[in-house]
Design a protein around this ligand. Structure first.
Ligand code: DCM
Length: 156
């Protein structure tokens, strides 16, 4: 029994270490004053051609909202003001350090409050209304968040 317990303790410790290393991803649903949301097409990598909400990986020790602001500045050249958390979905094992569901994409909505949009990393940026969202070829992770974004645009 003692050997079994030691084994289980070692397993739990390894799982805890992995959880620390897991990458959290944040995304921004940026809304303009005409009930539209900004969507971005990935320009390179295995997900090239697919559409997403701008965002990316939270760095170790970095507050989530700071990562959101940083990613939008890097990818889009704009300053944003996050307003509220919208929803969260599990990511597949590729992003989540080999552990499916161990990491999530957390989506916030917000507004562009400084600068001019430039697609620094995406192949295309588009402003879309609530009825146009479903028709895009989305990254699988982002698609379950569309009803929440649609509701946000319709309620405004
Ligand atoms: N990602 C995602 N949905 C987003 C933004 C990112 O599923 N809206 C995923 C795609 C990448 C990872 O997060 O595997 C890191 O994103 P990036 O390459 O933009 O840093």
């Amino acid at each position: 029994v003692r050997a079994m317990q030691a084994h289980l303790d070692a397993y739990a410790a390894a799982a805890a270490r992995r959880a620390q290393e897991v990458t959290q991803v944040v995304g921004a649903a940026l809304v303009d004053d005409r009930q539209r949301v900004l969507v971005a097409q990935r320009g390179s990598g295995p997900l090239a051609g697919l559409w997403e909400f701008p965002g990316g990986k939270v760095e170790p020790g970095e507050p989530e909202v700071a990562a959101l602001v940083r990613e939008c500045r890097e990818e889009l050249g704009v300053g944003i003001t996050p307003r509220a958390f919208l929803g969260e979905v599990p990511l597949d094992g590729v992003v989540a350090g080999g552990v499916p569901g161990a990491s999530t994409l957390r989506l916030w909505w917000g507004r562009i409050t400084a600068g001019e949009l430039v697609a620094h990393e995406h192949s295309e940026l588009r402003w879309l209304g609530p009825e146009e969202l479903e028709d895009l070829d989305w990254i699988p992770a982002d698609r379950p968040l569309l009803p929440a974004v649609r509701a946000l645009l319709v309620d405004r």
